[in-house]
Design a protein around this ligand. Structure first.
Ligand SMILES: *[C@@H]1O[C@H](CO)[C@@H](O)[C@H](O)[C@H]1NC(C)=O
Length: 266
């Protein structure tokens, strides 16, 4: 909000820039997941009796296509029966945006940014008093168990192509190293197939134009080692292994096994 205030006079369109955000923190054996928008965290949990690893969803997308999200919007905006609108078979908040919470998009949070020189195509026609979109994350608290094997954090670009269980199966059935990159590649192959294209041809399309073929796909896989976690206070940890796709990350500075396709969107 303060950044947009500073830049409003020189770069007003920044008021219509936003992003989702998904954060995971592990502290003393407890996992905290904070979510804002349409990314999703999924846990892979071992069922000892059968040896299967089952998917357990740890967050809910703030997407107006979900009934409970629409109910939440109606209850937060009791005086606005048009807070969500079904247009061309898609539910959108104020007929504009599919997500109900995010970082940014401040023109939908403070009326003072919902005016010229912001392009008319972005503006909400009616004045509003209360923020239309929220910046409050949903927070889930999960006590980690020894059976908890790994957590997949991914943007909706991945979940568009895989169910939770399909994603868990990919992580479970492949080598750890490079697993996030493998998932992005598998998702891109699925995107290409839906377009009846070859993966190699999809890959040749420029970043900006790629947006029309598939959404951004960001994946982080965190492997949990219950032995290491329980001894964390007494043992020295091995270094974090980082494999980034498309970006170079200095060693030991970021989460393990991160990869992303940045095709120029938010
Ligand atoms: C919201 O959900 C619908 C239905 O699952 C999906 O098609 C759409 O891509 C989602 N939108 C966002 C912004 O995640």
């Amino acid at each position: 909000m303060s950044l947009v205030s500073q830049l409003w006079s020189i770069s007003p369109q920044i008021a219509a820039v936003g992003s989702c955000c998904l954060v995971g923190v592990i502290c003393n054996g407890t996992l905290y997941i904070a979510n804002l928008g349409d990314s999703r965290a999924v846990l892979g949990r071992l069922v000892k009796a059968t040896g299967e690893v089952l998917a357990m969803q740890l967050s809910t997308e703030h997407n107006a296509s979900i009934e409970s999200i629409r109910q939440e919007l109606y209850s937060m905006h009791p005086d606005d029966s048009n807070i969500v609108v079904l247009k061309h078979n898609v539910w959108r908040v104020k007929g504009i945006i599919q997500i109900s919470r995010c970082i940014g998009d401040v023109y939908l949070k403070k009326a003072e940014f919902n005016r010229e020189p912001l392009y008319a195509k972005f503006r909400v026609p009616q004045p509003f008093k209360r923020p239309i979109l929220s910046s409050e994350p949903s927070i889930l608290v999960h006590q980690l168990q020894p059976q908890d094997q790994f957590i997949i954090f991914a943007s909706d670009g991945l979940w568009e192509h895989f169910s939770n269980q399909e994603a868990v199966d990919i992580v479970q059935n492949n080598p750890r190293a490079g697993i996030a990159r493998r998932m992005v590649k598998t998702a891109l192959k699925a995107a290409a197939k839906k377009r009846e294209m070859r993966y190699s041809d999809l890959n040749k399309i420029d970043r900006g134009v790629r947006r029309h073929f598939h959404d951004d796909i960001t994946v982080i896989v965190v492997f949990l080692d219950s032995n290491l976690m329980s001894r964390a206070s007494t043992v020295k940890f091995p270094g974090i292994s980082v494999r980034g796709g498309g970006v170079s990350i200095p060693h030991n500075t970021l989460a393990p096994f991160t990869t992303t396709t940045d095709n120029g969107g938010t």
